[in-house]
Design a protein around this ligand. Structure first.
Ligand SMILES: Cc1cc2nc3c(=O)[nH]c(=O)nc-3n(C[C@H](O)[C@H](O)[C@H](O)COP(=O)(O)OP(=O)(O)OC[C@H]3O[C@@H](n4cnc5c(N)ncnc54)[C@H](O)[C@@H]3O)c2cc1C
Length: 457
């Protein structure tokens, strides 16, 4: 049976991107917005995140976007009694490689210059004015970064780090929050402002004269046609599939990212610690027997070699919780998304061993890990790692996606930016960096080939 209805704006996908778009449109006076999802809101990728945020980016456009998004998150936190528990503990990048100190210094200098805030370098313990972050308070906190190059001081401030650590960079306008609570808050505010939600799958989009005309959705076994002039593709890992309904292909690829959590029953990680990141590539320490086992399996052999930098962890939950979350994106080969997502059995052990290098106390869990929980999702990425936000070649069609590993932290500013595109309003200076049409520019395509690693987490 085929029903028929209409909406001014149809948004496909109620992950954090679609919800943030619906929220921004609704608070800016747009009426008759229909938010569609084939599953439950926030349940595909947006509830799998580490829920961390940072204004620490080498890419100026991403840095400006995140600064705006953090401003918006702070406003929301203030207005809504910080219901999504935004904190400001910072990201602590550490290295044991003395040769990397000059890299740390130049990265810190440049990132601060392009908008992260002031740089404070601490060389001597006695004369230093390093201020630790407040565990929960988000007001009157430092921004920019503290670069600590004195091992005595590193040991004093972060006694749980490996004694081999020679430098730490504490980026300050960073921390974490409950992504689910933020999503639910934006969703509820959007509904209060008149947005309708429908549990249905977008299966067809019809156009007339290169203009969006109708969206066909399937709900149970029935199909409905929705007349609309504005369609937003916010389908997360299904972005390409939905784009194909418009006869258009997007420049994206997918990476699988896993995350481990378990109870730190021995209290190795202080509950007020910042997010900890080991910035060195590393070779794991395997016994001879383990080496033979790994060498015998083709897809495991990689674990014997040099593995990527970026193992990281943070504590999770309130003061009574013992949970910690560990991640290590050591395998980021592009994949085709499949659901449910396959989970490598070996991941908990690898993530833990990666973090033992940074926090040796965690070794106590290597053969004795409290019941681990592993989940994960797909990073949807463009070459260059900048999201897609703006109009598509079909008139009335827009995209908000390819939010990589930063969708939760970027959502507020990304939703706001999409609204400005749809309204034809004045765009912020960073807008051009995210429009899909940049991929039609051969100079841009040439430029991104020379961009270095995106320092994603
Ligand atoms: C392990 C991991 C750690 C991460 N850590 C962080 C972090 O610390 N900080 C951070 O900011 N970000 C992080 N991210 C990234 C963040 O989670 C994503 O960028 C974000 O969730 C993407 O949101 P989305 O709305 O684009 O996609 P999704 O959340 O996947 O939402 C897309 C929605 O579209 C719906 N949909 C798809 N096709 C259709 C259709 N045809 N019809 C109807 N509905 C459809 C889906 O059901 C889904 O609900 C992490 C991600 C992972 C996997």
């Amino acid at each position: 049976m085929m029903g028929s209805m209409s909406a001014e704006v149809v948004i496909c996908g109620a992950g954090i991107a679609g919800i943030a778009a619906a929220y921004s449109l609704s608070i800016n006076g747009h009426k008759d917005i229909l938010l569609l999802d084939s599953g439950s809101p926030l349940a595909l990728t947006s509830d799998k995140s580490t829920e961390a945020y940072r204004n620490w980016w080498r890419d100026e456009a991403l840095l400006a976007l995140m600064n705006r998004s953090i401003d918006l998150m702070q406003d929301l936190a203030e207005k809504h009694n910080n219901i999504f528990r935004l904190n400001r503990r910072g990201y602590l990048y550490a290295t044991a490689d003395a040769a990397k100190i000059s890299d740390f210094r130049s990265t810190a200098q440049r990132t601060c210059e392009i908008g992260a805030g002031p740089l404070r370098i601490h060389r001597q313990a006695e004369s230093s004015h390093y201020q630790p972050a407040a565990p929960e308070n988000i007001n009157d906190q430092l921004s920019g970064c503290d670069l600590i190059l004195n091992s005595q001081m590193i040991k004093f401030q972060f006694p749980y780090l490996s004694s081999a650590t020679v430098a730490v960079l504490h980026a300050r306008r960073c921390g974490w929050f409950s992504g689910h609570q933020l999503g639910i808050l934006l969703y509820e505010l959007a509904l209060e402002h008149g947005v309708r939600f429908m549990n249905a799958e977008v299966v067809e989009i019809t156009t007339q004269g290169n203009r969006v005309q109708e969206v066909v959705v399937r709900q149970d076994n029935a199909q409905s046609r929705i007349r609309t002039s504005v369609f937003v593709n916010a389908a997360g890992p299904r972005l390409q599939k939905v784009s194909a309904l418009l006869g258009h292909s997007l420049p994206i690829f997918f990476e699988r990212h896993l995350k481990l959590s378990f109870r730190d029953t021995l209290g190795i990680i202080p509950r007020d610690a910042p997010l900890l990141i080991w910035d060195d590539a590393q070779v794991l320490n395997w016994t001879e027997e383990e080496q033979t086992l790994l060498a015998g399996e083709e897809d495991m052999r990689v674990l014997l070699g040099l593995l990527a930098p970026g193992a990281h962890l943070r504590s999770e939950g309130g003061p009574d919780s013992e949970n910690i979350i560990l991640l290590w994106p050591y395998d980021t080969e592009p994949v085709a998304p499949e659901f449910p997502m396959p989970i490598a059995q070996v991941f908990p052990e690898i993530a833990l061993r990666g973090m033992v290098t940074m926090v040796p106390g965690l070794k106590a869990y290597v053969n004795n890990m409290p019941k681990p929980f592993v989940d994960g999702g797909y990073y949807v990425k463009t070459p260059g790692n900048r999201m897609l936000c703006g109009p598509l070649p079909v008139e009335g069609a827009f995209v908000l996606g390819a939010l990589s590993g930063y969708g939760l932290m970027a959502a507020c500013a990304a939703g706001e930016l999409l609204e400005a595109h749809i309204a034809g309003a004045t765009l912020p200076p960073y807008a051009a960096a995210f429009v899909p049409a940049r991929f039609d520019d051969p100079t841009y395509l040439d430029n991104i080939k020379s961009w270095g690693p995106s320092s994603q987490l």
